[in-house]
Design a binder for this molecule. Structure first.
Ligand SMILES: Nc1ncnc2c1ncn2[C@@H]1O[C@H](COP(=O)(O)OP(=O)(O)O)[C@@H](O)[C@H]1O
Ligand SMILES: [Mg+2]
Length: 287
C-alpha cells in the first residue's frame, strides 16, 4: 500500500515540520493528489501570513472557504476567531456571547489555558468533518502552525482534557484526544529538508511523537533535494549540496524505516505549476 493510499483513508491529516521546509507546499501537493482520488478535501492553514492560496493560485481566504479546484477547498484560520466562533456556538444568545468574548477575563483565559488554541483549531477541523449529514469535506489537511514543535499541537487536547477534568470543555478535549490517537482516522505527515538542522529536529520530533504520544507518522517527506549534477568538471557547489542531502537522508533512514518520499528542489516559483510538478514526482516516488 502506498503512503498516498493510506492517507486517502484518513479523515484528518496533520502536516507538520519547521517553518520554511515546505509544509504549505506539501499540504498543497497532498490536497491536490487526494482530491484527484475523489476525496472532498479542505486544506486548513494556520498562519496569519497566508500563503496556501498562492501555492494553489486562488484569491486569499481571509478566513473564508475558497474553492481551489475539483474537490479541493482552502481556508485560513485565526485561532482567536475560531475560539470566538466556538463561544457563539455554545452560547446561542448573541448578546451574551458578545459579552463573553469581549470580556478581559475571556482574553486572559484564552491566552493562559494550556493547549486551548491548538484544541480549538483541531476542534474546528473535527466539526467540519462531523457536521451533520453532509459535512463540508470528508478529509481535512491541517497545515499546522510553524511555531513550536508539531508535537505541541498534537498533545494539546490530551493536556487540556487533563487540566479541565470534565465539563463541556474537558469532554470536548477528551473526544478530540481520542480522535487524534486513532490511527485509522488521523494521520501525520512530516515535512523536512535533507539538511543537518531540519533532519536533527525531524529525528527528535519522530521520537517524541512515537514515544510520548504513540503517534507513528504516515509519511515523512524530504523536500528540496538538490539535483544530481551531470558528470564532469565544475558545479562543485551543487555536487557538495547534493552529497550533503544524501548524507542527511542516510541519517534519517537509519532511524526512520517508515514511508519516505523525496521531492526535488525545482526551478519554479511558488504557485500551481510547482504544486502540479511536485505532485507528479510524488506519484512516481510513491508507487
Ligand atoms: N521542492 C521545491 N522546489 C522549489 N521551491 C520550493 C519547493 N518546496 C518549497 N518551495 C518554496 O519554498 C518556499 C517555502 O515553502 P513553504 O511550503 O511555504 O514552506 P513552509 O510552509 O514550511 O514555511 C515557498 O516559496 C515555496 O514555493
Ligand atoms: Mg507555511
Amino acid at each position: 500500500m502506498s503512503a498516498l493510499d493510506r492517507l486517502a483513508e484518513r479523515q484528518l491529516v496533520v502536516v507538520t515540520g519547521k517553518g520554511g521546509v515546505g509544509k504549505t507546499t506539501l499540504a498543497s501537493v497532498l490536497g491536490r493528489l487526494l482530491a484527484a482520488r475523489g476525496r472532498r478535501v479542505l486544506l486548513l492553514e494556520v498562519d496569519p501570513r497566508e500563503s496556501l492560496h498562492q501555492a494553489l493560485g486562488t484569491e486569499p481566504s481571509g478566513g473564508e472557504i475558497v474553492a481551489a479546484g475539483p474537490g479541493l477547498w482552502l481556508q485560513n484560520l485565526q485561532p482567536a476567531a475560531v475560539i470566538e466562533g466556538l463561544v457563539h456556538e455554545k452560547v446561542p444568545i448573541g448578546y451574551l456571547a458578545r459579552k463573553i468574548v469581549e470580556s478581559p477575563a475571556f482574553h486572559h483565559f484564552v491566552e493562559g489555558a494550556p493547549g486551548l488554541k491548538e484544541t480549538a483549531l483541531l476542534g474546528y477541523a473535527y466539526r467540519t468533518l462531523h457536521a451533520g449529514r453532509r459535512p463540508r469535506a470528508d478529509l481535512v489537511i491541517l497545515d499546522a502552525p510553524a511555531t513550536g514543535h508539531g508535537a505541541t499541537l498534537l498533545a494539546a487536547p490530551g493536556l487540556l482534557a487533563q487540566a479541565a477534568q470534565g465539563g463541556q470543555l474537558g469532554d470536548m478535549a477528551a473526544d478530540l484526544a481520542a480522535f487524534l490517537a486513532d490511527p485509522t482516522r488521523c494521520g501525520v505527515a512530516l515535512a523536512t529538508l535533507a539538511e543537518e538542522m531540519p533532519i536533527q529536529e525531524t529525528l527528535e520530533l519522530l521520537e517524541v511523537l512515537q514515544t510520548k504520544l504513540g503517534l507513528r507518522p504516515d509519511l515523512v517527506v524530504a523536500n528540496g533535494l538538490y539535483p544530481v549534477p551531470p558528470a564532469g568538471p565544475g558545479l562543485e557547489l551543487l555536487r557538495t549540496r547534493r552529497r550533503l542531502n544524501e548524507a542527511e537522508l542516510a541519517r534519517l533512514t537509519a532511524a526512520w524505516e517508515g514511508p519516505l518520499v523525496s521531492l526535488p528542489l525545482l526551478p519554479l516559483d511558488r504557485g500551481p505549476a510547482l504544486i502540479d510538478r511536485l505532485a507528479q514526482v510524488f506519484l512516481e516516488e510513491d508507487p
